[in-house]
Design a protein around this ligand. Structure first.
Ligand SMILES: Nc1ncnc2c1ncn2[C@@H]1O[C@H](COP(=O)(O)OP(=O)(O)OP(=O)(O)O)[C@@H](O)[C@H]1O
Ligand SMILES: [Mg+2]
Length: 432
């Protein structure tokens, strides 16, 4: 069910006014509170009797009956996390006096802010500072206790995390291009962030990887993620794979996460063009300008990929500062690169004579070379062959080339009857 922020906020406040306030002996205020206070994993890590300012300590929480908001817990990575409903937090002094804070929370599901937890806290106004200290502690724990730092954290996907598996040396692209991209990222985190800070500029760098399908953009992102983790950087991956598809608020959510991570962070957005409908283009400009981007003092690098730079606005592409660098991820154009890639895919089946087909692979994307190799290896194994004859590799290349030509011919012949490949139909995962 879809409801908006205002409705949830009203629902929580009304319940507090009707069910809780009438029973309170003294004045109370209701304030928006951080979702971390409803995160059971974070709460489990708050030090017992955590001091919240002079004399007062945290004395635990208990569930508070609330019929209006059904209570349920959402698990993250098999740990209990957000809890809807109401919780009563207790704070006390040595002399036995104390105060209580009621927190009511529920999920919001909104086109502008995405799916998020909203919490309202009701407390005696004179203790607001102390509550803020507690809130800050929960928030700090929820960012650090959850073990995402050596995983890639996914925003908007079906899973919560994944492991970046691709090794840097397994990405076969011109060495100079790889070095330039890596140097851009390393120099930004190691030196650039301090310079941006000194100039009072949000340390936020934006790189776009553009290229035809199958040249290795996804692979490169994964390799950058893996390598960056070893350098103490946090990786957030924006995914279009849950039921909301490719929606711009997911990019916002990832940047928020970067800002509260206390770590240098890389945000990866694949197929950026699929997140851009007319409304989102304007939002993208603001996010890229930094005017709507939460500030991460440790620095954030956004790496976006696209097959369709033309869908991304000229205002984005042509003005430096919006996208800082655009790297074209090319098809194979160098015989040495092709040979290295082919021999890597063929492994111990590689033989000198296989070099013969190298020139025919020039101009093709990496995914093509991989398929030529995999098909040939599979057939050789299926036919119990001893080694991989050149003729089989050639056959694999010929059949794949013919298949692609036939597909192109079919699509050209059916051009008058669109079959759902136009930009308007590209929401969702945005894959062509
Ligand atoms: N440069 C490369 N080096 C090594 N393998 C590659 C390279 N490019 C493509 N491949 C192989 O092809 C597969 C598909 O490549 P990948 O998904 O990275 O392409 P992409 O550029 O992201 O494509 P798309 O634009 O369609 O998303 C990879 O998993 C890999 O096996
Ligand atoms: Mg890709």
């Amino acid at each position: 069910m879809r409801s908006n922020t205002v409705t949830i906020h009203e629902k929580l406040c009304r319940w507090i006014e009707e069910a809780y306030l009438p029973q309170q002996p003294t004045e109370r205020i209701t304030v928006l509170t951080r979702s971390a206070c409803c995160n059971l994993t974070a709460l489990a890590h708050v030090t017992p009797r955590f001091a919240v300012g002079e004399g007062f300590v945290y004395a635990g929480y208990e569930s508070y009956p609330c019929e209006t908001i059904p209570t349920f817990i959402t698990y993250l990575e098999d740990k209990p996390a957000y809890r809807t409903g109401a919780l009563l937090f207790k704070f006390e002094k040595e002399d036995g006096t104390g105060f209580e804070v009621l927190v009511a929370s529920d999920w919001i599901d909104d086109d502008n802010v995405g799916i998020d937890m909203m919490g309202m806290a009701c407390l005696p106004p004179e203790y607001a500072d102390r509550w803020l200290e507690f809130e800050e502690e929960c928030s700090r724990i929820s960012r650090s206790a959850i073990a995402y730092k050596d995983k890639v954290y996914i925003v908007g996907g079906k899973d919560v995390t994944f492991d970046a598996m691709v090794k840097w040396e397994d990405v076969h692209l011109p060495a100079e291009l790889k070095t330039t991209i890596l140097k851009d990222i390393d120099s930004f985190f190691e030196k650039g962030v301090a310079i941006y800070q000194r100039l009072n500029i949000n340390p936020f760098r934006k790189l776009l990887l553009a290229g035809v399908p199958g040249t290795g953009k996804t692979m490169l992102c994964s390799a950058i993620a893996r390598l960056s983790q070893t350098k103490g950087r946090f990786i957030v991956y924006v995914s279009g794979s849950n039921r909301h598809g490719a929606q711009f608020w997911k990019i916002h959510q990832a940047l928020d996460m970067a800002a509260s991570s206390d770590m240098p962070t890389i945000v990866i957005v694949e197929e950026l063009d699929s997140y851009l409908d007319e409304d989102s283009k304007a939002q993208l400009l603001n996010v890229l300008d930094g005017s709507e981007t939460p500030n991460n003092p440790c620095g954030t690098v956004l790496i976006a990929t696209t097959n369709h730079p033309e869908i991304i606005d000229d205002r984005v592409l042509k003005r430096p500062g919006r996208v800082d660098r655009i790297f074209i991820i090319p098809e194979l154009s160098d015989e040495e690169d092709v040979e290295r890639m082919l021999s890597a895919y063929l492994g111990d089946q590689w033989r000198e004579e296989h070099q013969t087909i190298v020139p025919r692979l020039l101009g093709k994307p990496g995914a093509f070379v991989r398929e030529v190799a995999l098909y040939a290896l599979t057939i050789a194994a299926y036919q119990d062959m001893d080694g991989l004859p050149l003729s089989l590799l050639e056959e694999s290349l010929d059949t794949l080339t013919r298949q692609i030509e036939a597909k192109d011919g079919f699509l050209t012949a059916h051009k008058r009857a669109p079959i759902g490949l136009g930009p308007a139909n590209r929401r969702g995962n945005g894959r062509l």
